[in-house]
Design a binder for this molecule. Structure first.
Ligand SMILES: Nc1ncnc2c1ncn2[C@@H]1O[C@H](COP(=O)(O)OP(=O)(O)OP(=O)(O)O)[C@@H](O)[C@H]1O
Ligand SMILES: [Mg+2]
Length: 329
């Protein structure tokens, strides 16, 4: 079962340069949360702090009574076993086969026999559609396949917390749809807590229970999906709707001249698009943290954009090795 991650007043800088400051949020147990933000705003740094690979300057990260920000190496090693992490670059060992990469956490953290390891590794390799590629080296498979190998490795210890850094970057749209379905299905089957960094607005709008946005050295928003998708806050609105008009420019923040030019040209914001329904598990059962569509809006007296909660999000059949294996990605 998933556990909650409570982050309090977290600040991180490198060589005096602040990445973000005073980040406070609670990632709810067993739910899927997505973290967004322009490139370079510190999403990957945030994930690395959560898993204890980087030490924040200040603040706390509580996981089940352990403070990852301040605890010692031994305690950290024990807590880390409860995390499954997919790094942005896959972070596979180049000299090891896909099989050995996926088996690595089991050999490192458990006393299972090679026979038991084989059964788990092959199950996860099949789950991500890489059957047939297990003997290949990372350099012999495509970028998308490396992502999926990293995903299989993140899953082998049946983690209670899964952190995925851009699992969908470099994937074609069909595989992104399969991956999103896989994430929703895994969340339902395992009850684990998920935090996913993505740049895919469609993923952000349909997959999570909660959405966060890092911008300009702080956490601009973190909260239920419906709250963020209704938000009139310019940065949140611009980002979640992939718009050009708003405070975010090509090099992160627009300067005063650019904003003034935008205002002068009376560039009008397009209306908020309808809020789609959440992606559902493929077995037809509800998500673990399922809330009725529109509940947050109703409870907070917010009128959702016209047409919300009407469109059925596309559903996909469960991923099978036959469907995903072998071909290019
Ligand atoms: N180990 C490090 N040493 C020094 N600076 C770092 C280190 N890691 C990250 N940074 C800096 O911290 C900032 C945030 O980097 P990070 O990789 O977290 O961004 P990001 O939001 O994940 O971006 P992207 O969307 O492009 O992946 C950047 O300015 C980066 O140069
Ligand atoms: Mg990153």
């Amino acid at each position: 079962m998933g556990v909650e991650i409570r982050v309090e007043g977290l600040t991180k800088s490198f060589h005096g340069q602040v990445v973000w400051r005073d980040v406070t949020l609670t990632i709810p147990a067993g739910e899927i949360s997505v973290m967004l933000g322009p490139s370079g705003t510190g999403k990957s740094v945030f994930l690395k702090c959560l898993v204890g690979l980087l030490k924040p300057d200040r603040g706390h990260i509580y996981v089940d009574g352990h403070d990852i920000a301040t605890c010692g190496e031994r305690e950290l090693y024990a807590v880390r076993k409860r995390f499954g992490v997919l790094f942005q670059d896959g972070a596979l060992f180049g000299s090891m086969s896909v099989y050995d990469n996926v088996a690595f956490p089991l050999r490192e953290h458990t006393r299972l026999s090679e026979r038991e390891i084989r059964s788990i590794v092959m199950e996860k390799i099949e789950l991500v559609g890489l059957l047939g590629s297990e003997r290949k080296l990372p350099s012999e498979i495509s970028g998308g396949m490396r992502k999926r190998a990293g995903l299989a490795r993140a899953l082998v210890l049946d983690p209670e917390i899964m952190l995925f850094d851009e699992p969908d970057s470099g994937l074609d749209p069909v595989r992104t749809a399969y991956l999103n379905q896989l994430i929703v299905d895994l969340n339902q089957q395992t009850g684990a807590t998920f935090l996913i960094v993505t740049h895919d607005v469609n993923t952000a709008r349909t997959v999570p229970d909660n959405i966060g946005l890092l911008y300009h050295q702080h956490l601009a928003m973190f909260g239920p999906r419906e709250m963020c998708l209704c938000s009139e806050e310019p940065v949140v609105r611009q980002f979640l709707n992939a718009q050009r008009i708003g405070p975010i420019g090509m090099a992160e923040e627009k300067d005063a001249d650019e904003l003034a030019a935008e205002a002068a040209s009376s560039a009008e914001l397009p209306p908020l698009p309808p809020i789609p329904l959440q992606l559902q598990p493929s077995n037809g059962l509800p998500r673990p943290s399922q809330r009725p569509p529109g509940q947050w809006c109703a409870e907070h007296g917010v009128t959702p954009p016209p047409g919300s909660f009407q469109s059925t999000t596309p559903t996909f059949p469960p991923v099978t090795a036959h469907q995903t294996g072998g071909g290019p990605s």
